[in-house]
Write a protein that binds this ligand. Structure first.
Ligand code: ADP
Ligand code: GN1
Ligand code: MG
Length: 364
């Protein structure tokens, strides 16, 4: 699909003249473009066509992002030496004064200032980077702990609810719309063997032992920008910031920060959770959150990566069975490959669970 990016650009009250537009990043959900401006002293922009099949209520989605970024911006301004435009996403309003536009084809678009001179990692290979990622997410959660006003909208209801994800999976399995179930019996077995133990975080929430906080819910490492010195810079991709358990953010970050291979690595022998990266991320994360987490939250942190990696594998597998309607894919078996790769990562975490628990026990 091609878009007239210049035309879309002109709907927004951006400062600067359109020079060029090109695809940007490796996100699975939106179509993202970097727009260069002609003037050297004007910011470049980040233009996104929003996936409104996944995010069904764009005004609510954008209202969350407006509130979250305003709150963080306000806090950063009080910190001497902070660079607000680089450490927090800045939405560019449309000429009508909203933070999104709806084009003639029914597409929704939004625009941010492009944060230059950043590094974004799909694979993390040094403990120092993992540590910085942990600090960034810890700080992000801490800054949002006192967000005033009503609760944020649930942009995707039941996003990390394992019971709902399992229900959806079983429904897809039964209807088998793309005739793919016969091909994935080993993966189905893998799910069935673990489905009960995965419900523990939900149960602790229901029992009131862990609180709902404001969490990011999509802490894949490439949603954390580092600067050119590999220091934590900015947490991006704020679409799923909403009430959640801290385990969701911790788990998803470890899933991506501590995996020695890519999320969709085909050669399963290459996939391993690197315990050094786990330790470094955890250290960074706890440096910002140690004093706020309760004992039960801390006790179950080590389990979180197993849960979230399992959920992601389950979602990739469900999308494969459904015929690939949710995630962007680059080839026919991509979602299956992602699922297999993530299931292997779950096993690697299971193998090292004792060590993970011990590291956290010593650190909290
Ligand atoms: P998706 O939900 O599809 O992952 P993201 O919001 O994460 O979309 O954006 C996709 C990619 O675009 C990011 O991984 C990052 O590389 C880049 N990106 C997003 N926002 C910015 C920004 N403000 N400045 C620089 N790069 C950005
Ligand atoms: C999607 O948007 P992106 O690419 O950062 C997905 C996450 C998954 C991730 C798997 C809204 O994240 O939940 O963990 O892919 N986001 C949504 O790579 O579904
Ligand atoms: Mg992203």
């Amino acid at each position: 699909m091609s878009f007239d990016l210049k035309k879309i650009f002109l709907f927004f009250a951006a400062d600067g003249t359109y020079l060029s537009g090109a695809p940007c990043g490796s996100g699975h959900i939106h179509d993202t473009f970097i727009i260069k401006t002609a003037e050297r002293n004007k910011d470049d922009l980040l233009l996104q066509r929003l996936n409104n099949k996944i995010f069904k209520n764009i005004p609510e989605l954008q209202s969350n992002i407006e509130r979250v970024t305003e709150h963080i911006r306000h806090k950063l301004k009080l910190i001497p030496g902070s660079d607000v435009k680089r450490e927090c996403l800045t939405l560019i309003p449309s000429k009508e004064g909203k933070t999104w536009i709806n084009d003639e084809e029914g597409n929704f678009w939004r625009m941010f200032i492009f944060i230059p001179d950043h590094r974004s990692y799909d694979i993390v290979d040094t403990p120092a980077r993992a540590y910085e990622g942990g600090k960034a997410i810890g700080r992000f959660q801490a800054m949002l702990a006192d967000l005033p006003g009503a609760p944020l909208f649930e942009t995707i209801p039941f996003f990390h609810d394992i019971e709902k994800r399992l229900d959806t999976f079983f429904r897809s399995m039964k209807s088998d719309p793309a005739n793919r179930v016969a091909e994935v019996s080993a993966e189905i077995d893998f799910v069935l063997r673990r489905s009960e133990e995965m419900k523990v975080i939900l149960r602790l929430g229901r029992e009131g032992k862990i609180p709902l906080r404001i969490t990011h819910n999509d802490t894949k490492f490439n949603n954390i920008l580092l600067d050119n010195n590999d220091k934590a810079l900015c947490v991006i991709d704020l679409d799923t910031v909403m009430p959640g358990y801290v385990h969701y953010d911790f788990g998803d970050a470890i899933r991506t920060a501590a995996n020695s291979a890519a999320e969709d690595e085909e050669d399963l022998a290459k996939i391993k959770m690197d315990i050094r990266l786990f330790e470094a991320y955890t250290e960074g994360y706890l440096s910002e959150t140690r004093s706020t987490l309760n004992e039960t939250e801390k006790e179950y942190l080590a389990f979180a990566p197993r849960l979230i990696t399992f959920i992601m594998a389950l979602r990739f597998l469900t999308d494969y069975i459904d015929g690939d309607h949710y995630y962007k894919i680059h080839h026919e078996h991509h979602n299956l490959q992602r699922a297999r790769s993530q299931f292997r990562l779950v096993e690697s975490m299971e193998e090292q669970y004792g060590e993970m628990r011990e590291i956290i026990r010593k650190m909290v």
